[in-house]
Ligand binder design. Structure first.
Ligand SMILES: [Fe+2]
Length: 303
C-alpha cells in the first residue's frame, strides 16, 4: 500500500479488523441462488417467478453490477421483496490500484449498502483496459505471478475496508493465461495476503485445467478450501477453432462432467461454504430443470 492508500483505508475503517476466521462467522448462510445481470431477464430467467415455482432452487440473487448501468427493474423488485442479495462487481480490476479510485470505491460502497448486499464478489481479473468506458466488460484473467497476487491482495483489502463488506475474489474464465503460477496457487496467495474469503467457480476451474492440459483436480490439494465462502457452477460449450478445441464459459444449461465432479468435491470439503450459485441467467426455466435438480441433490448433504 502507498501512504495515501493506507490513509484512505484507515479513514474508511478506523477499527482494527478481526482475522478472517472470526469475521466469517458473521456471514449469513444464503443457500442456493442464481445470478443476474442488467437486462438478463429479457429472454432469460425471471428470478422472482423461478423462486415462486422452485423455492428450493433460488434462495438468493447474485446481482452482476457495473456502476455505469446500475441495477435493473427485475433485480430492484427482488431487492424490494427483502430477499437476500450479493453484489457481483463487473467493473473493477482488483490487481490494478488505479482502477480502485476513491470515486469508484465510494459509489460501490453506497450501492452495495443500498441494495443490502451480504458481501461483494466478482471475477478477479481485468474488466477494463485503461480508463473505464461504457461498453467495457471484456474480462481478462489476472497475470498469474507473485507480484500480481500481492497487488490483488492490496485491492481486495482496500475494497473490503472501503465498503465494510467482505470481498470474495473469484477465479475468472479464460482460454489463455500469462504467468508462472497455477491459477489455484495464485488465489491461495491472494487469500492469505488479504486474509479474505474466496469464491471458487468450478466451471472456470474446469476450463482452466482443460486449457492448460491438466487434471481437473490438479493443485486443489494446495488450495485453501476452508476460505471458500461461495461456489459457482455453470454450463459450458465445447468448440473447435483452427484445429484446436476450446471450452466457452457461455452459462448454458449443461456443466462439463469435470465441473460436476469438482462441485461435488468442494461441497464436501469447504466447511465455511455459505452460498452456491448456478449461473444460468440467460436460459429458460424448462431448459435448466435437469441441472438444477442435480445441483440441489448434490447440495442436500451440504444444506
Ligand atoms: Fe462465476
Amino acid at each position: 500500500m502507498t501512504v495515501d492508500d493506507l490513509r484512505y483505508a484507515r479513514a474508511v475503517s478506523p477499527r482494527e479488523e478481526a482475522p478472517f476466521a472470526e469475521r466469517c462467522e458473521a456471514l449469513p448462510r444464503l443457500g442456493i441462488g442464481i445470478s443476474t445481470e442488467y437486462g438478463a431477464g429479457r429472454g432469460g430467467l425471471d428470478p422472482i417467478e423461478l423462486r415462486r415455482m422452485h423455492p428450493d432452487w433460488v434462495q438468493f440473487l447474485e446481482i452482476g453490477i457495473d456502476l455505469e448501468r446500475g441495477v435493473d427493474a427485475d433485480a430492484r423488485r427482488w431487492i424490494e421483496s427483502g430477499w437476500p442479495v450479493t453484489y457481483h462487481f463487473l467493473d473493477a480490476n482488483l490487481e490494478e490500484r488505479e482502477s480502485l479510485d476513491e470515486t469508484w470505491l465510494g459509489d460501490t460502497r453506497e450501492l452495495a449498502r443500498e441494495i443490502g448486499a451480504a458481501w461483494l464478489c466478482g471475477d478477479a481479473g481485468l474488466w477494463h483496459m485503461g480508463p473505464r468506458e461504457r461498453g467495457h466488460g471484456v474480462l481478462m484473467p489476472p497475470i498469474l505471478t507473485d507480484d500480481s497476487a500481492t497487488e490483488m491482495a492490496h485491492g481486495v483489502t482496500l475494497l473490503r475496508r472501503a465498503t465494510g463488506l467482505e470481498v470474495l475474489p473469484e477465479n475468472p474464465p479464460s482460454q489463455v493465461y500469462v504467468g508462472d503460477l497455477h491459477l489455484l496457487d495464485y488465489f491461495a496467495r491472494v487469500a492469505e495476503r488479504a486474509d479474505c474469503g474466496l469464491l471458487l467457480d468450478v466451471a472456470h476451474l474446469a476450463i482452466y485445467q482443460r486449457a492448460t492440459h491438466r487434471d481437473p483436480f490438479e493443485a486443489l490439494d494446495r488450495f485453501p478450501l476452508e476460505r471458500v465462502i461461495e461456489v459457482h457452477v455453470a454450463g459450458a460449450s465445447e468448440f473447435t477453432h483452427a484445429g484446436r478445441s476450446f471450452v466457452d464459459d457461455d452459462h448454458t444449461a449443461q456443466p462439463l462432467p469435470e465441473t460436476w465432479a469438482l462441485l461435488e468435491h468442494v461441497l464436501a470439503h469447504a466447511p465455511r461454504l455459505r452460498a452456491l450459485v448456478f449461473e444460468c441467467e440467460r436460459n429458460r426455466a424448462a431448459d435448466v430443470r435437469a441441472s438444477f435438480e442435480r445441483v440441489t441433490a448434490l447440495a442436500s448433504a451440504w444444506r
